[in-house]
Design a protein around this ligand. Sequence first.
Ligand SMILES: Cc1cc2nc3c(=O)[nH]c(=O)nc-3n(C[C@H](O)[C@H](O)[C@H](O)COP(=O)(O)OP(=O)(O)OC[C@H]3O[C@@H](n4cnc5c(N)ncnc54)[C@H](O)[C@@H]3O)c2cc1C
Length: 456
Amino acid sequence: MDYTKLPVFAEAEVVVCGGGTAGAFAAKAAADMGRDVIIVEQFGSLGGTATNGLVLPIMHTHIPQNPQCSYISNIVRDKMIALGAASANGANFDPIVLKAVLEGMCDEAGVKILLHTFIAETIVNDGKLEAIVVANKNGLGLIKGKMFIDATGDGDICVRAGAGYTKGNPETGKNQPISLRYMVSNVDIEALAEFVKELAEKTGKNSGVSYGNGDVYVACCAGDKWTFSELFDEAIANGDLTEEDKAYWQGFMVTGRKNTLAFNNPEFFDEVDGTDPTHLTKTQIAGKQRILRQLQFYKKYLKGFDNAYISDIAAMVGIRESRNIETEYVLSASDLLRRVKFDDMFCQSNYPVDIHGKVLHCENIKEPVNDGKPWYEIPYRSLVVKGFDNLFITGRCLGAEFLAQSSLRVQHSCRASGEAAGIASAIALDKGILPREINGADVRNVMIEKGAFFVL
Ligand SMILES: Cc1cc2nc3c(=O)[nH]c(=O)nc-3n(C[C@H](O)[C@H](O)[C@H](O)COP(=O)(O)OP(=O)(O)OC[C@H]3O[C@@H](n4cnc5c(N)ncnc54)[C@H](O)[C@@H]3O)c2cc1C
């Protein structure tokens, strides 16, 4: 099919593909730089994994000052707090309110938001993206642009355009486990907290739980050291749960949603390719059945769930890792573990390697270099797609090796990467230069001028 003959649905200077965390931040940043921006998203709201995937809270950077390498993060935090929908540092939040906040923020910045539109193909000419091919209620059409930012989380645009990529754990070829998250409301939190406290005393294990001040956090993973381990074993022996339910289980309170817990499970370990629609479909369907089973377990074995009900199940399957795109610089496992510093860095983090189910064999590079700066950095060049003149990759699928990605996939870095890509797209247009010709320090300086914080 000759896609060039399709009708042009829209045109903008900067086309942001995918409206998740990185996409929303990229669109706002490019618009704040005075550029004409469109953001294209397949679902009915912005926020992606953070909203439609119900993923919270934002993980701490594990750097003492917890630098928010994003000025937009401050704006979102303040707005969410004003709405009673985020904790004081913005880390815990109501994912439903976040959708509205991100959309309002982009709208106010002048971004054109196009929802319910799937990006299926690209038109590339000699290393330059000319248009994306989209499908929506109007059929197939083109969205043309000068700069393109792939924020699909899976690098869909880059891959359709022919960019190189890696995928999965190099030791097994498999992607990280995937999860279908859900929320349970009308929980009697005090009764649950008391139960957790008694269970910790009874088992002598106080691992993976915290309770008090109306706040409860519970976690249980495979192994016997967890407060909840024996309770899960009992439920498994009675046929009320399976080993899979015990393999990963974690719940958080949700700021702004009284008496609600958000669960970071059920987790799936086999069919885990986030770019395979059959895997996504199976997880979405099997996940709901497991969620029903887990609620019954809470009611029967825990306290505080008598009148509890499922208040949401993620519309989006939670993908931790799928593809990572080949960029001008690919952040290696060694860079991350050795805490290499980059002149063109746009993000600092010390969030640990976070590979579910298995840890890579990296003994020879495990010890961090003690340079008095206990964090790693992500360079601007890991956003610039190799072999292209107007294409950025941002979010969890930026240029990084599997092990490095397992750390930088958290929302803090996705926010920073979106913001950096949005600013860089505007700088490229302002100066009439290619993304690879931009000095990444210039991007960081704009971020700082606008309120981003780095430990320098
Ligand atoms: C189960 C799970 C638990 C996690 N826990 C935490 C946590 O506790 N704290 C934390 O900080 N991080 C956590 N993370 C990581 C973090 O939430 C994600 O890595 C991050 O939100 C990803 O942001 P993103 O912008 O890269 O991608 P996404 O938010 O996934 O955005 C991609 C967007 O692009 C859209 N899209 C994709 N393809 C197309 C297409 N072809 N056409 C149109 N639109 C498209 C999607 O619909 C989506 O809106 C977790 C992740 C998972 C999966």
